[in-house]
Design a protein around this ligand. Structure first.
Ligand SMILES: NC(=O)C1=CN([C@@H]2O[C@H](COP(=O)(O)OP(=O)(O)OC[C@H]3O[C@@H](n4cnc5c(N)ncnc54)[C@H](OP(=O)(O)O)[C@@H]3O)[C@@H](O)[C@H]2O)C=CC1
Ligand SMILES: N[C@@H](CC=O)C(=O)O
Length: 354
């Protein structure tokens, strides 16, 4: 059976996933027995289209590239235009909603309401939007379970690098006592470029043009994006109901060329580090701030938009995972990982249900 997919938001990451679904169509079918159709796309400025039989992905990507509007998709019998995000979630025949609107660091909206509405309408969700997971993880996970639907959010931390599923599945049985990492690609890119002599402003501009930065890059440079990811790790991996706003947070806006040069001259590097620690009394504390690391520390060698995360595990010892932390294809890929897991889980449910 084919899976129907609807996109809420169709910016860089959404388009990257659409491209991957098209390019990997035949290997997804032969390797996993996975078939899919994109039935709807809804976006604020680009407009909205829905076809219950599926859209032509080549044409969809072509019109967005040419005119910037999905609404310029050619009229075909049965095509509906103009549905907003909630109409698309409720009225379309989608099985999976891909929530890829911008991350709002204050409220997590409208993404939280999108996901809630999807679950209430028995639709599964995959998302890279950090707001709902950082601010409403417990409530939304419960709602997904009550409605028997899947919720995937692998890309919310370290894009397509499996920072969430790997510890839960492969490191199962360990107790994770501390997590430390570089969790924001934009700021790591800026710090690396400053080490090479580029100004803060130039480096930020380049990070924006490469698709690493948030729609409002304040979120990256002030550390709010890393704080959200830190909250996700604390809640999801360490079972600590830590509110993102309780996490001490300091960004890199005060970083100067002199400070960066000084660190390099002293065999050290500035890194925006997230730390989550289980204290002896069982409580969990967390922080995000620039820290100086020795040049021979494994985290010092993590440059550009690459991220890294170190899990201190009581049985296996420390495990270091490093990979892309941002990027359109990488983040689109994280959604593909979630969709493959959705497909596997649906197949298992069918087998168990007879
Ligand atoms: N880029 C990256 O490397 C990574 C991104 N993420 C997250 O993935 C998500 C998507 O990122 P990205 O594609 O780069 O961001 P973009 O800003 O390129 O895309 C977001 C899209 O969502 C649309 N949108 C905003 N509000 C609504 C709404 N209410 N209904 C429908 N559409 C809406 C925007 O419309 P318009 O512009 O037309 O107003 C825009 O097209 C973000 O939450 C981001 O934090 C996570 C990991 C890495
Ligand atoms: N803006 C973020 C994108 C991924 O979450 C980053 O730079 O890491």
């Amino acid at each position: 059976m084919s899976t129907n997919i609807a996109f809420i938001g169709f910016g860089g990451v959404g388009q990257a996933l659409a491209r991957l679904l098209k390019e990997r169509k035949s290997s997804l079918s032969s390797n996993y027995g996975f078939e899919s159709k994109i039935v709807a796309v809804t976006d604020v400025m680009k407009g909205s289209i829905y076809h219950p039989e599926g859209l032509d992905v080549d044409q969809l990507l072509h019109v967005v590239e040419e005119t910037g509007k999905v609404e310029d998709y050619p009229q075909t019998p049965g095509l509906i235009r103009g549905w907003d995000s909630f109409e698309t979630i409720k009225k379309s025949n989608a099985d999976v909603i891909v929530e890829v609107t911008f991350t709002d660091v204050e409220t997590g909206q409208p993404a939280i309401d999108h996901i809630r509405s999807a679950f209430e309408n028995k639709k599964s969700v995959v998302t890279t939007n950090k707001g709902p997971v950082a601010l409403a993880y417990n409530a939304l996970a419960k709602l997904a379970e009550e409605n028997g639907v899947f919720w995937g959010f692998e890309g919310t931390v370290m894009s397509g690098t499996p920072a969430l599923r790997m510890p839960v599945t492969t490191l199962a049985g360990n107790e994770i006592t501390e997590i430390k990492g570089i969790l924001n690609g934009t700021t790591n890119y800026i710090l690396t470029e400053m080490e090479k002599g580029k100004s803060y402003e130039e480096a930020l501009e380049k990070a924006q043009s490469l698709g690493y930065a948030e729609a409002d890059p304040t979120s990256d440079v002030e550390g709010y994006d890393a704080r959200y990811k830190t909250a996700i790790l604390a809640n999801y991996l360490m079972g600590a109901p830590l509110d993102a706003n309780e996490i001490y947070c300091e960004g890199i806006t005060e970083m100067t060329m002199d400070k960066v040069k000084d660190s390099v001259d002293n065999d050290k590097k500035w890194k925006l580090l997230s730390r989550i620690t289980r204290q002896e009394d069982g409580t969990v504390t967390a922080s995000v701030q620039p820290e100086l690391v020795d040049v021979d520390d494994p985290l010092a060698g993590v440059t550009g938009a690459t991220n890294a995360i170190l899990y201190e595990c009581d049985l296996s010892g420390p495990i270091l995972l490093t990979g892309a932390g941002a990027g359109l294809t990488e983040t689109g890929y994280s959604l593909l990982i979630d969709i493959i897991h959705f497909h596997r889980q649906s197949a298992l449910t069918k087998i168990e249900g007879g």
